[in-house]
Write a protein that binds this ligand. Structure first.
Ligand code: GLU
Length: 558
């Protein structure tokens, strides 16, 4: 092809590719520093996989020094949603993932390597496409979708070793210049394809930070670089942008692995150095098989799995640092041991080594998430927990929020009851679920269905509780309070020493554990709770007495 064709395709493009390149001077990064990017398309809510990619990019960059930027890939205009950019920016902001450069609002950018949204870079891509046409490494293609389909049919029939637009099958590849110019002048619709130099059957070794050396057939396809709407394909935009913006490491989802040969050829065609590639496997999920036999593994799905949406974590009340800990735990085998030793360190102090990231795809596991979150919450200072729960409850749980407003001090005391020692709480929505007896002002105990273990004691429980109430003093400290419980036990022949009770259970009505559980149940409606004396001092004197009395009288009057 030629300059004439290039001019006919892009008459409005006056900028040469050298001029485009001159707008983006090489970044002067210190030795060992990197430049990475997160490059989402604004097509819907943010997927946890997107957050994972962004986090690994930023973690990789922060521990080495360098630049991390946000590029909005909005070349597929049909798939975009309203406020898609805001959606991305606020999700990343919520998870404290910070950028040095990039889109900062629906239309605003910050940084000198922009614009950071591809729809505003049309001229730049076209300048490079124009150059490739000029040097004969790209050409216009006029094929309609019917013609493309016919090519595919013929390939099918001929059993072509590879399907697609290449070599002898590429109908527009060898059109002569005069025909091309005539068709353009005629107003025939065109797109631009690169002219691949690859040969069928020739393999090359490509490198991926996680997968190591990959031997793949080199690219032979005359891939589309500029679409009918004048915007570039993802492939071409990736190559032009990551070159101009100085990206040293492309860390992206592994759906792009098969495109490495194409991307490398494009970098080479344009005379650009090839960045390092890292392809992250998607987050997977185990699912019980339909026939009930074992489990199968599949990608976390936007449609089926609520946890695929990043908003899910905030709504459930997982603290942000816990979610970040979890994502790094599944992202790198080294993270958990590092975190155990550095509970107070910023995630960005972790030296992420991507070669330690598994190629198999991290498995999403709620138990693991909850364990990581429980540890994180167990380590949070109580004041920080108070603020985090208060902010969360204001947004998602009106009942808890009201409770906190009316009983701030009691709520503060309650944190000490469940915090640190027990590690029961993984997310703020657990609070009302686990401890309604502390936080629900309308809480009452149902005396109709008693625990099985209470049945042999049923007749005695009302008098035991009456005795307990007669000695109960709200002002007692934990030791005094428990001393009185023991006295009650002794009076009703419930053995105070567990060892002695185990030796001769037949000598007693039961043990101190049985008796304590009657009080516990009367106060909380369950037999497993954190420290009961602590709970009494959260619910306050009236409830501490009233609930026991109500339960006693329900049992007595049955
Ligand atoms: N816009 C592409 C995507 O969302 C980005 C891939 C990349 O990081 O290069 O899949």
């Amino acid at each position: 092809m030629s300059k004439r064709v290039a001019d006919a395709l892009f008459p409005q493009i006056k900028m040469t590719y050298q001029e485009a390149e001159a707008l983006y001077p090489p970044r002067n990064l210190p030795e060992g520093a990197v430049c990475t990017r997160f490059a989402p398309s604004p097509t819907g809510f943010m997927h946890i996989g997107g957050l994972y990619t962004a986090l690994l990019n930023s973690s990789f960059t922060r521990s080495r020094g360098g630049v991390f930027f946000l590029r909005i890939e909005d070349t597929d205009q049909k798939r975009q949603i309203e406020n898609g950019v805001t959606e991305i920016i606020s999700a990343l902001d919520e998870f404290q993932i910070r950028f040095d450069e990039g889109a900062v609002g629906e239309t605003e950018d910050s940084g000198s390597y922009g614009p950071y949204r591809q729809s505003l870079r049309r001229e730049i891509y076209q300048a490079f496409a124009k150059y490739l046409v000029e040097i004969g490494r790209a050409y216009p293609c006029f094929c309609t979708s019917e013609e493309l389909e016919a090519i595919r049919d013929r390939q099918e029939k001929a059993d072509a070793p590879q399907k697609g637009y290449y070599g002898q099958w590429a109908a527009c590849r060898e059109l002569d210049e005069e025909t091309v110019l005539k068709r353009i002048a005629n107003g025939d619709r065109w797109i631009v394809r690169m002219r691949s130099g690859g040969k069928l059957g020739v393999s090359r070794v490509y490198h991926d930070m996680i997968r190591g050396e990959l031997s793949m057939q080199e690219n032979i396809l005359d891939a589309v670089i500029i679409k009918g709407d004048g915007l570039p394909t993802y492939h071409f935009a990736h190559v032009v942008d990551d070159h101009l913006m100085g990206t040293t490491d492309v860390i992206r989802a592994d759906e792009w692995i098969a495109s490495i040969p194409l991307h490398v050829e494009m970098f080479e065609l344009l005379g650009f150095p090839v960045p390092r590639y890292t392809h992250l496997s998607p987050i997977m999920k185990n699912e019980a098989k339909e026939d009930g036999e074992g489990v199968s593994r599949r990608k976390l799905s936007k449609r089926k799995d609520p946890e695929a949406r990043v908003g899910y974590y905030d709504e459930a009340g997982y603290p942000i640092p816990a979610v970040l800990d979890y994502l790094l735990t599944i992202g790198s085998a080294d993270y958990e041991p590092w975190r155990e030793e550095h509970m107070d360190a910023s995630i960005y102090d972790f030296p992420l080594d991507l070669s330690k990231t598994g190629a198999a795809g991290a498995l999403f596991d709620f138990d693991k998430l909850n364990n990581v979150a429980k540890k994180r919450i167990g380590h949070m200072p109580e004041e920080q927990i108070f603020d985090a729960v208060s902010a969360w409850a204001k947004r998602y749980d009106a009942k808890l929020s009201r409770y906190m407003e009316d009983n701030g001090d009691a709520f503060r005391r309650s944190i000490a009851v469940w915090h640190e020692k027990r590690l029961d709480v993984a997310k703020w929505s657990d609070l009302m679920e686990l401890y309604p007896y502390m936080y629900d002002p309308a809480f009452t105990v149902d005396a109709a269905a008693l625990p099985e273990s209470f049945l042999p004691h049923k007749e005695r429980i009302p008098e035991i509780l009456a005795d307990y109430l007669s000695v109960f003093d709200y002002e007692d400290g934990a030791a005094e309070w428990f001393g009185k419980v023991k006295e009650v036990a002794a009076r009703h022949n419930y053995c105070v020493k567990m060892g002695a009770y185990k030796k001769h259970p037949e000598d007693y009505n039961g043990s101190i554990a049985d008796l304590s559980s009657f009080i516990r149940y009367a106060l909380t409606g369950t037999t497993n709770t954190p420290d009961l004396h602590g709970i009494i001092h959260v619910i306050g004197k009236d409830a501490a007495v009233g609930r026991v009395e109500a339960f006693r009288s329900k049992l007595a009057n049955r």
